[in-house]
Design a protein around this ligand. Structure first.
Ligand code: GN1
Ligand code: MG
Length: 372
């Protein structure tokens, strides 16, 4: 704790650190909520970046600064006509700020070599691991649309690739094929189910990358991780007011974001359930998320973008299952776990969700078609 206080002290904007608690449910970084005895800024977020995953954490911070500057300017420049059209009256939209150390650095490396950074806390807001209702779903979709809208004109060349291969499904398949022969996990019924599941879908897994190679889809700045619990909801109004967790903001396909937002929102049991056979993709929630998304994002989507939306939803659920399963086979080197089979269980949840998406293909395609 003392060590944590020392580190928090370096970033605190003012006041005295009075409390530090672990915060959120991140699978990669370690996150803490710092409380200050200050009247101005009462809290901030302190994070230790997992440098096994983010090998160049300084580039993560650089992207974050470029993003924040761009969006800050853009929000100021939004015309009142635009605001009237897209943002209901009194809706706030906040962008997390990077806090600097007393030496004006955006990070601090401690004696053990850990990489720390601090980010402003969004007050009077909360996030949820599981969708509450269709109103919440529309807000989650709105948040992603707002985010894409604010960064759609940020040239991708300005953003560094902080996580090469992230969301490129064929690369995950390649890793899986490398890890599989070396793995010593026992061939339980669950493992056999996963092996078969991946094998049955391995040729289709190239769908988005092929579409990009053929010029049908284009790289844009993306969030990379817009799952439901990264959308902050105002505790009073119920409005979405921010998307947090900007580590994976980098060039990519908006489809990864749309797929990730939907796979996480439309699963009422959440990512951590052990009731595999009950996992379903809820199409009503899907419709509400897309309504919210398109209320702000319609302008920059092309006909091809719509055509690949169904594949994106199916693919990102499959891909996350594949990533969890590969990590289980590799001995849990990437995602944090609470028990040895954790990543296997998480993989099965995503594969069951993928099955549910596949079994409702016609209905999901109809929802997308209706909204175009
Ligand atoms: C990881 O740590 P967290 O929860 O922000 C992962 C995402 C996954 C997510 C699944 C950099 O995000 O891609 O979708 O777990 N982030 C990275 O919960 O791999
Ligand atoms: Mg994340």
């Amino acid at each position: 704790m003392n060590n944590l206080i020392d580190i928090a002290d370096r970033f605190k904007p003012q006041g005295k650190v009075i409390d530090i608690q672990e915060f959120g449910h991140g699978n990669i970084n370690s996150t803490f909520l710092v409380t200050l005895d200050s009247l101005e800024e009462k809290h901030f977020i302190l994070q230790r970046i997992n440098t096994q995953v983010f090998r160049q954490p300084k580039l993560v911070m650089q992207n974050m600064s470029i993003f924040t500057l761009h969006v800050g300017d853009k929000l100021k420049a939004l015309s009142s006509a635009y605001r009237l059209q897209h943002t209901p009256p009194n809706r706030r939209w906040e962008v997390p700020r990077v806090l600097l150390t007393q030496n004006a650095q955006n990070h601090f490396i401690d004696a053990e070599g850990s990489f720390w950074r601090a980010i402003s806390f969004i007050e009077a807001a909360e996030s949820f691991d599981i969708i509450k209702d269709s109103n919440h779903a529309r807000e989650v979709g709105y948040a992603l649309g707002m985010f894409h809208n604010l960064i759609s004109d940020l040239p991708t060349e300005k953003l560094a690739d902080t996580l090469p291969g992230f969301h490129i499904t064929p690369r995950y398949l390649q890793q899986y094929n490398e890890v599989l022969p070396k793995s010593s996990v026992s061939q339980s019924a669950e493992v056999k189910y996963c092996l078969q599941f991946v094998s049955d879908r391995s040729s289709w897994a190239h769908v988005l990358e092929n579409a990009q190679a053929q010029g049908q889809l284009h790289l844009r700045p993306i969030h990379g991780d817009p799952k439901i619990n990264n959308v902050m909801i105002d505790t009073t109004t119920g409005h979405a007011i921010s998307i947090i967790d900007l580590d994976t903001v980098k060039p990519g396909l908006v489809h990864y974001d749309i797929g990730d937002c939907l796979r996480s929102s439309c699963n009422f049991l959440g990512e951590e359930t052990d009731q595999w056979d009950m996992v379903r993709f809820d199409t009503d929630i899907c419709q509400s998320v897309l309504q919210g998304y398109l209320s702000v994002a319609r302008e920059f989507l092309t006909i091809s973008d719509y055509e690949y939306m169904y594949d994106a939803i199916r693919l990102i659920a499959f891909e996350l299952g594949l990533r969890f399963f590969t990590d289980y086979l590799a001995g849990n080197v990437y995602f944090k776990i609470k028990y040895p089979e954790h990543n296997l269980n998480r993989a099965i949840v995503q594969f069951k969700l993928t099955e549910s998406i596949e079994s409702q293909e016609t209905a999901i395609r109809a929802i997308i078609q209706e909204m175009r």
